[in-house]
Design a protein around this ligand. Structure first.
Ligand code: ADP
Length: 483
């Protein structure tokens, strides 16, 4: 039983640098997706708590913005060290509330922590510029200032990293931030907040507000003129709602929304490398990633070889609770999500797709779905248009490069794309032609805290990570001076 471990994990709202009950005393349950049984309960924030957090953020804001960049960096650096030292606790907690295999949770701790280290280094490299006006009779000075109090709304699929990649740049820039974690996975962010306090972060700079009703917390904040920015990772549907609400106070927005990544294998690809890449791009995090390969678009001459090899690998994956030794694929996050995945597969099969392996839920407790390969997926099946968010590989064929590019681009989304080819010129030509914020060339995993992560089209606005990431939290100010 994990009860003893769970009893050490904070379950109150994180407000003003301490744990706190919700104003009305409410709580909600967090489930273990591997069993469907309650893990614990956490404080359930309301609109009143949201305004308490904003009061606290506004009180802490000026001193935090005035804190020396080096000092802000040192606190982020200390948080990176503490998170790294607590890898096993954070990994187990993520596996318990989110379901992924422990090895994947450990990777996420390393990846998530790296945003803290990267932005600890960026805090001291916030750059402005100076130039002489072309007329010669003025000086142009450009400075950067923190945007002010931010609201971050995060998803359940990467409970740590989707928080740190917003918190890291916000704190480095000198902003305060209120995090509304996903209702399925609030515990990881609460533990992170406690770790930040230990790292020396002043009270009020970071608040964490778990809530069973997300909008009850976010709507009053978005309507309050003291809030200056919203940063969101989640569905395009909710992103559109938030952009609409952001118009009221003309907020800065960063939106990391849905994806529908094409994974294109050309006939000149190293097929074994492509299969390795597809395993990573498709099965990492159980397929529950916005960068997950959603459509495997494979050149007809190599399609059967690729499909047979991929099917063998996917059929061999061990499904089980993430905390059991040997598990490769854990449960899906909840019954609703599993229902979505099952419905997409059933729809594709009814439309003519062929099941090479899997294709069904795992009976019994927990929200498991069998790792699946579908071949001959018709272009008009729902699974081609919608984000799967599960361990299902959907394969279609193509004949010409033009067809592959057209197929890859025929989606409202544009987050990640993957191409496998041994031709350098083809790689660059196709990468240019893809309507996508990120392109992996002969790589199945592209996320890197030092690189700008973001999408085009309905996949969102703005970049997280890289040298670009901190700009999302900085306002530009132009100071005009005489000669
Ligand atoms: P998913 O489909 O992956 O669960 P969502 O977009 O529904 O993604 O959720 C991502 C985050 O957005 C979660 O923290 C969730 O609580 C929050 N959220 C959902 N609906 C709203 C809403 N109407 N307003 C603000 N936040 C919301």
């Amino acid at each position: 039983s994990f009860d003893q471990f769970l009893s050490t994990v904070p379950t109150g709202l994180w407000l003003d640098g301490v744990q706190s009950d919700a104003v009305d005393g409410g709580t909600f349950e967090v489930l273990n997706p591997a069993t469907g049984i309650r893990l614990t309960q956490v404080a359930d924030a309301t609109g009143k708590d949201a305004l308490r957090a904003l009061d606290s953020a506004c009180a802490a804001g000026p001193a935090w913005a005035a804190t020396a960049p080096r000092q802000r960096g040192e606190i982020l650096r200390a948080a990176w060290e503490l998170v790294t030292a607590r890898t096993e606790d954070l990994a187990l907690l993520m596996t318990l509330e989110m379901g992924k295999a422990l090895a994947e949770s450990r990777s996420e701790v390393a990846y998530g922590a790296e945003f803290l280290r990267w932005f600890s280094e960026e805090a001291v490299r916030i750059q402005g510029r100076y130039t002489t006006a072309p007329s010669g009779n003025g000086r142009i000075l450009v400075t950067k200032a923190p945007v002010g109090p931010c609201l971050a709304i995060t998803p359940w699929n990467f409970p740590l990293a989707m928080g740190t990649r917003k918190i890291g740049p916000a704190l480095a820039a000198g902003c305060t931030i209120i995090v509304k974690p996903a209702e399925d996975t609030p515990l990881t962010m609460l533990l992170l907040a406690e770790i930040f306090a230990e790292a020396g972060l002043p009270a009020g700079v970071l608040s964490v507000l778990p809530a069973s009703d997300a909008a009850a917390v976010t709507a009053p904040l978005l309507a309050d003129s003291r809030l200056r920015k919203v940063t969101f990772t989640g569905s395009t549907r909710v992103g559109r709602l938030l952009i609409e609400q952001s118009a009221q106070q003309v907020l800065r927005t960063s939106m990391e929304l849905g994806g529908n990544a094409p994974f294109v294998v050309f006939d000149d690809a190293d097929v074994d490398a492509a299969v390795d890449g597809a395993m990573a791009a498709k099965m990492r995090n159980g397929g529950e990633a916005c960068t997950a390969a959603n459509r495997l678009i494979v050149a007809n001459p190599v399609r059967e070889e690729f499909t047979a090899k991929l099917t063998e690998r996917i059929a061999a994956l061990t499904v089980g609770p993430g905390y059991r030794d040997g598990t490769a694929i854990g449960p899906l996050i909840n019954e609703k999500q599993r229902g979505n995945v099952a419905a997409l597969v059933d729809d594709a099969v009814a439309a003519g797709a062929r099941v090479r392996t899997g294709g069904a839920v795992v009976e019994g407790p927990g929200f498991f779905y069998r790792p699946t390969v579908l071949d001959n997926v018709p272009a008009d099946a729902r699974i081609v248009a919608e984000e799967i968010f599960g361990p299902v590989a959907a394969i279609t064929g193509f004949d010409t490069e033009e067809q592959a590019i057209a197929a890859a681009n025929s989606t409202e989304f544009g987050l990640a794309a993957y191409i496998y080819t041994q031709g350098l010129e083809r790689a660059l030509r196709v990468a240019d032609a893809l309507e996508s914020g990120m392109v992996g060339v002969n790589r199945g995993v592209i996320s890197d805290p030092a690189a700008p992560f973001g999408g085009v089209k309905a996949s969102g606005l703005g970049s997280e990570g890289g040298t670009e990431g901190i700009e999302e939290y900085l306002d530009t100010k132009y100071i005009a001076l005489p000669m």
